[in-house]
Design a protein around this ligand. Structure first.
Ligand code: CDP
Ligand code: CDP
Length: 223
């Protein structure tokens, strides 16, 4: 039987990580784990409790009684926090614009990193995020660092928003993405950075299908 691999896909916002990770997991019949949705879930729970989002002690209380559940669905997966469905809510601007603050807190990172390592321990997993190849799964069999220009990433987010009926100007999206990239790459704990042994993949001019072909080739070489 083929070895069940651990595949880590990291990179900045809207580089295409979750779209690609989901499809790769589907192709291989592996589990897909969206770690960004976990940071978004903690942010959602903290906002519900109306606590200061940079207050580590208060965040620890949120972590004490949080349950985050992913349920596979036709168009991806549903996310439940404390048994409430939050799939759409966690993608809203209020969460996107605050998640990097919550994700910079040590207690939150420790809690979610432990959880992610448990989920990945049996292998057969594609996990995407910011620190999977560097911190969560430093021994992952395959590490991809996915990038694309800020302009292309903002345009992708813009098109995605329009399809959901959200019309945020492109220039604003560009600013938001740059701000989040900056916060994620400059935090002191587990910043967004390419692991030394990760393969950098620039998707600026690539379609989803072209990216999949490239990644499947990398996987075939390894398997
Ligand atoms: O989908 P998008 O790229 O917009 O973001 P995401 O993957 O849902 O992640 C949301 C935020 O969670 C990121 O901007 C990071 O602040 C944080 N995050 C993190 O710190 N570490 C991870 N492994 C995943 C996400
Ligand atoms: O997870 P991440 O934030 O890195 O990006 P995503 O949510 O997977 O992708 C953001 C948007 O870009 C989605 O609407 C994808 O369909 C689109 N995309 C694309 O147009 N071309 C690619 N090569 C990858 C993603």
């Amino acid at each position: 039987m083929a070895k069940l691999l651990q595949i880590a896909i990291d990179g900045p916002a809207s580089a295409g990580k979750s779209t690609i990770a989901k499809l790769v997991a589907h192709n291989l019949n592996y589990v897909y784990c969206d770690t960004g949705a976990m940071y978004r879930s903690v942010t959602w729970a903290a906002i519900q409790k109306d606590i200061p989002l940079d207050n580590e002690l208060e965040l620890e209380k949120v972590l004490d009684d949080i349950t985050i559940k992913f349920v596979p669905s036709e168009d991806g997966q549903q996310v439940f926090v404390n048994n409430q469905e939050v799939t759409k809510e966690i993608r809203m601007p209020k969460i996107s614009n605050n998640v990097s603050t919550v994700a910079a807190q040590v207690a939150v990172r420790k809690y979610l990193t432990d959880l992610q390592q448990k989920i990945a321990s049996a292998g057969g997993i594609v996990m995407d995020g910011r620190d999977i190849g560097t911190t969560v799964l430093p021994d992952a069999d395959i590490k991809i660092f996915m990038v694309a220009s800020v302009k292309e990433r903002a345009l992708r987010r813009y098109k995605e928003n329009i399809s959901k009926g959200i019309d945020t100007p492109l220039a604003i999206l560009e600013q938001e993405i740059e701000k989040r990239d900056y916060k994620d790459s400059t935090r002191s704990i587990s910043p967004l950075v390419k692991a030394e042994d990760a393969i950098k993949l620039d998707t600026t001019n690539l379609t989803i299908e072209q990216v999949i072909v490239k990644i499947m080739k990398i996987i075939e070489k390894k398997a």
